[in-house]
Design a protein around this ligand. Structure first.
Ligand SMILES: Nc1ncnc2c1ncn2[C@@H]1O[C@H](COP(=O)(O)OP(=O)(O)OP(=O)(O)O)[C@@H](O)[C@H]1O
Ligand SMILES: [Mg+2]
Length: 217
């Protein structure tokens, strides 16, 4: 059995990750592929418990960046062991809404945890299970905030931060994508949902499907 493909979607709040994920799921399933859709923090029962602790701490309580980094990695370990690796081994495509790059970004911006410590944790937790492709959605902060406001719902601990924080997050995601061009593709998420999904599908075709055909021919 061939290992499946592991795709992660990254970017700031409201850039359209979850919307794109559903479009890609539909497209992959309509072409007969088995798809497992999941998210971080979360994806397993224990990891979802951690998600709730991190995103919705008790009122007036704030986690330090180091505590967040450790909690995110604890959740990720469980998620990889129980869901992501088994799905890839069974040949499924795994689409994950946020993954390790979000920890690199959110837990390091504005004087958070050092990049060295975050990379060390990431290496230990991921082992050899890195994403085959990471789609990084980039859109102006005001536009993303407007989309979130239109969507409604309760804001979490990260969404409530100020504009400078969201600008720093946006820049940090762009830096992640530029720093790892073999794995990452930066998408212009200011475009319509249809156009963003076309950009993403092109990346999947070029980087995963074309490579696979080449390998088997
Ligand atoms: N390309 C787009 N153009 C216009 N609206 C969009 C686009 N993509 C998503 N939206 C809308 O913007 C809102 C936010 O999108 P979505 O929930 O997919 O973002 P997200 O990145 O998953 O956000 P979060 O980080 O909060 O989970 C939704 O109402 C969605 O319908
Ligand atoms: Mg989402």
């Amino acid at each position: 059995m061939n290992r499946g493909h592991f795709i992660t979607l990254e970017g700031g709040e409201g850039t359209g990750k979850s919307t794109l994920l559903e479009a890609l799921r539909d497209k992959l399933e309509s072409t007969g592929r088995s798809v497992v859709v999941t998210r971080e923090p979360g994806g397993t029962e224990l990891a979802e418990t951690i998600r709730n602790l991190v995103l919705h701490p008790p009122e007036d309580q704030v986690w330090s960046s180091m505590a967040e980094a450790l909690l995110m990695n604890a959740a990720r370990t469980d998620h990889l062991e129980k869901k992501i690796r088994p799905a890839l081994s069974s040949g499924s495509w795994v689409l994950c809404d946020r993954f390790a790059d979000s920890t690199r970004v959110y837990q390091s911006v504005q004087n958070g945890v050092s990049v060295e410590v975050l990379k060390m944790l990431e290496r230990s937790v991921l082992g050899d299970t890195s994403p085959d492709l990471t789609l990084v959605l980039d859109a102006p902060v005001e536009q993303a905030a407007h989309r979130r406001a239109e969507r409604g719902g309760l804001a979490d601990a990260f969404e409530l931060r100020d504009k400078a924080f969201h600008e720093a997050v946006r820049q940090a995601f762009v830096d992640v994508a530029r720093g790892d061009p073999d794995r990452c593709v930066l998408l212009d998420a200011s475009r319509s949902a249809k156009e963003v999904s076309a950009q993403a599908w092109k990346a999947i075709e070029n980087r995963l499907l074309a490579a696979k055909q080449g390998a088997t021919s």
